[in-house]
Design a protein around this ligand. Structure first.
Ligand code: NAD
Length: 390
């Protein structure tokens, strides 16, 4: 039975090892004046980066540069848009992890007006963006966030009144996503683990979401299959290009499924924690995935009426667990165990390692939303999930 659904557009996608070489010709479609945003461990110091900049210079592009060292704040975005407001930029390119891609996405959205981005953030500002922006090309160098295919940029401010919120509009879906898994070969095991668990949680939460459709499910299932086959391989051997390629695909697809189906409680926590203290987003998602999914499965097994989500846990579980011929409940529970084992193997830190203490749990739960979680969780359930990982 195919139920009604809505699906927003995807970027033009160029995917595969070595595809970075197509970037100059894609930039040329939009003009010759390009603002390129990169990250802290600078891409331009790598052989691929040097080669790209040499080629752009030899082809007479006017290149403007900006760098972002961390997950972006409103001040970071406003500084870059202020610097390039009147520079007649034709196209913005972001080459980096989610922080860099979100910076590029937000800059492409704000650079035409030069207004402060904070006023346009969901749940923070009151202004509504028109969606008019500069063309934007996203080039991921981590396999995690899927920002190369999403309609939002996550912007945070840390502190007492901190927040981690999105600038969102369907027009902000990048015009192009150039996904070259070779760019992720330099990710160390810690970054591979954290970003890989981000993609995993995005795929799983959008698959289980109460907003999921047959369309997003078909994408999420193949994305989850790539995670089951490639995450540990990429973690153990960073040079294994087939595993890096599988993870790059999983991450890219997770952006499409999250944009169209939404996310669950793990991302509700990530939003609350992201404004609270400086913890890498992938670590928050990864470290909480075990206790959050165990709680979801426990509640589902008790409330037999919510069968669909239990069946989906079973389908996902079968991809990760060898044992044949068991019940949905068996696979769902074994899957929750497997996620916890994975967190140990990947050595994901606990929230306590970033200064979160048990006395902070109440305040974090106050601002945690269930989003599109497949089951309703009580305050006590949420406290248990977070206390388990402090
Ligand atoms: P990141 O971009 O913050 O990068 C993490 C670290 O990896 C940085 O130190 C960076 O320099 C380094 N790095 C990046 N590429 C590398 C490479 N190829 N080799 C070696 N080091 C490399 O981390 P991330 O997990 O990619 O992105 C996290 C951000 O993305 C958060 O701000 C999060 O909120 C956001 N996010 C956005 C969306 C979205 O839809 N827009 C979805 C999920 C997360």
């Amino acid at each position: 039975m195919v139920e009604s659904f809505k699906f927003s557009r995807v970027p033009q996608i160029i995917f595969g090892p070595g595809k970075l070489k197509e970037l100059p010709s894609v930039i040329r479609k939009y003009g010759s004046s390009v603002l390129i945003i990169t990250g802290a461990r600078s891409f331009e110091s790598t052989a691929r980066g040097k080669g790209l900049f040499r080629e752009l210079e030899s082809k007479q592009f006017a290149i403007h540069r900006a760098r972002i060292q961390n997950e972006p704040s409103p001040a970071d975005i406003d500084k870059i848009t202020g610097n390039y407001l009147k520079k007649n930029i034709d196209v913005v390119v972001a080459i980096g992890g989610g922080s860099v891609m979100d910076t590029g996405k937000a800059v492409s959205a704000m650079i035409l007006s030069g207004e402060g981005v904070k006023d346009y953030l969901e749940g923070v500002g009151t202004k509504v963006h028109s969606g008019i922006k500069l063309p934007f090309i996203a080039v991921p160098t981590t396999s995690g966030t899927g920002s190369e295919t999403t309609n939002n940029a996550v912007i945070s401010e840390i502190g007492e009144k901190g927040f981690k919120k999105s600038l969102r509009h369907d027009n902000f879906i990048p015009d192009y996503a150039i996904v070259d898994p070779e760019l992720t070969l330099s990710c160390d095991p810690e970054i591979t683990a954290a970003s890989g668990m981000d993609a995993f949680s995005q795929l799983l939460e959008s698959y289980l979401s109460d907003k999921a459709s047959i369309f997003t499910d078909s994408l999420a299932v193949e994305g989850l299959r790539c995670i089951s086959m490639c995450l540990l391989k990429a973690y153990k051997d960073g040079n294994y290009i087939e595993a890096r390629t599988g993870m790059a695909y999983a991450a890219m697809v997770s952006g499409i499924t999250l944009s169209n189906a939404g996310l669950g409680v793990v991302h509700g926590f990530a939003s609350a924690l992201g404004g609270y203290t400086e913890i890498p987003h992938g670590i928050v998602c990864g470290t909480l995935m075990g206790s959050a999914n165990r709680k979801n499965v426990d509640v589902l097994c008790k409330e037999h009426k919510i069968k669909n989500a239990l069946i989906k846990y079973g389908i996902a579980g079968k991809m990760f667990i060898d044992n044949k011929g068991k019940s949905d409940e068996y696979y769902a529970r074994a899957f929750a165990d497997h996620i916890e084992e994975l967190i140990t193997i990947l050595k994901l830190p606990r929230l306590g390692d970033f200064g979160i203490k048990t006395e902070h749990a109440d305040k974090i739960v106050d601002s945690t939303s269930l989003k599109n979680n497949p089951v309703s969780l009580s305050r006590a359930d949420l406290l248990e999930i977070i206390l388990n990982r402090i």
